[in-house]
Design a protein around this ligand. Structure first.
Ligand code: PLP
Length: 385
């Protein structure tokens, strides 16, 4: 429903506070994509002049995505989503791995795109270790060190958690993995364009729609020499690793979004910090922040309040788009695996909501939303008192 997801509340509109689920498309991105949707239709892999023009536009976009990722010595392959990039990274690395390395280590708070793929690989004979996190949502590095040995093929850890915003020390983790001859995969979907991507990983998955780009396109950055085995077979596009005709419009949109995010990162970051402070103040007392308040991206405010039924809160405030955690967790009715991993009990997890804000969030809208959320939570308490 278009009216549900307008960029700003405006008169009678929706206040959009679900920036981890997706972000509004930047006007500059829509404009960059427009001719590729409306005027040009050449196959970018055709040798015709228009085909070569489309290919050139894709290559410019690829450079922008690579620059936004900011890591050296590798290249980007476009995929249909970050979910695909993560599936490819995990399955393709296993396929190519040496016979003696059959272990994958990941973390309990990873996105389902990593956890479910790892579980599937475990069903195929991979020895899977899922590390716990502490009460703050951070992985225990001593625990990781104890698990690492020369049978580990890959360590997969996300940089910014999508549900609680907590950051992990990716460079340290990558160094530890490398010391044991393992590769490191980083899900940087919630990090790209918001914070600088940490150096060290061999594989990095990103997604356009989390940085004000279009849906339906992601990318896998691969350090030279660490490329996974080919994932989709066919015409040999994307260095023979991921076949299928690329969409110039989606690639150009991703490139424009990446360029813009790169240029605006500091400005967006400052804005987000101000929004965080305003939101915490407007919510008032009685709320606990889930996850570390130090090691975090502040555009993600995951909070709980004793006795609150968060699902009812969402129902009571239908003109505010916020969520129970990940979009997937919100739909399933199951309490979030991330909050459970933090050690929250069932009730605490059920009384948690996530507010996500960013570039286009207006402070007065966020403050209004937080005040209404706090009032609705208080009304629930009064009802049950
Ligand atoms: N990883 C994280 C941390 C995410 O937040 C998401 C999206 O919710 C994904 C992976 C999957 O991204 P995509 O929607 O491009 O498949």
């Amino acid at each position: 429903m278009a009216a549900d997801c307008r960029k700003s509340a405006g008169e009678g509109g929706m206040i959009y506070l679900d920036y981890q689920a997706t972000t509004p498309v930047a006007p500059q991105v829509a404009e960059a994509m427009r001719p590729w949707n409306e005027e040009y239709f050449a196959n970018p892999h055709s040798p015709s002049r228009s085909g070569r023009e489309a290919e050139a536009a894709i290559e410019v976009a690829r450079r922008h995505v690579e620059e936004a990722i900011g890591l050296k010595g590798g290249s980007v392959a476009f995929t249909g989503s970050a979910t695909e990039a993560l599936n490819w990274a995990l399955k393709g690395t296993v396929e190519k791995g040496p016979p003696g390395r059959k272990r994958i280590i990941t973390v309990a708070t990873e996105h389902a795109a990593v956890l479910d793929t790892c579980e599937w690989l475990a069903g195929q004979g991979i020895d899977l270790t899922i590390l716990p996190v502490d009460r703050e949502g951070r992985v225990d590095l001593d625990g990781l060190e104890r698990e690492l040995d020369d049978r580990v093929l890959l360590v997969a850890v996300m940089m910014v958690n999508n549900e609680i915003g907590v950051t992990e020390p990716i460079t340290e983790i990558a160094n530890m993995a490398h010391e044991h001859g393992a590769l490191m995969l980083c899900d940087a979907v919630q990090a790209l364009g918001r914070v600088e991507i940490c150096k060290g990983p061999d594989l990095v998955a990103v997604s356009a729609h989390k940085i004000h780009g279009p849906k339906g396109i992601g990318a896998l950055w691969m350090k030279k020499g660490s490329e996974p085995a080919p994932f989709i077979h066919g015409g040999g596009q994307e260095m023979g690793l991921r076949s299928g005709t690329l969409s110039p419009a989606l690639c150009v949109g991703f490139g424009a979004a990446a360029q813009l995010a790169d240029e605006r990162m500091n400005r967006d970051y400052d804005h987000v910090q101000k929004l965080w402070a305003a939101a915490v103040k407007a919510l008032g007392p009685g709320w606990t922040i889930n996850g570390s308040t130090v090691h975090r991206y502040q555009g993600n405010l995951n909070i709980r309040r004793q006795g609150v039924d968060a699902a009812r809160l969402l129902g009571d405030l239908r003109d505010i788009a916020f969520s129970l955690g990940s979009a997937c967790a919100s739909g399933s009715g199951r309490p979030s695996h991330v909050l459970r991993a933090l050690g929250l009990d069932y009730r605490e997890a059920r009384s948690s909501v996530r507010l996500g804000f960013g570039r286009y969030t207006k402070q007065h809208e966020l403050v209004e939303a937080c005040r209404r959320i706090a009032a609705a939570a208080q009304a629930q308490e009064t009802l049950h008192a």
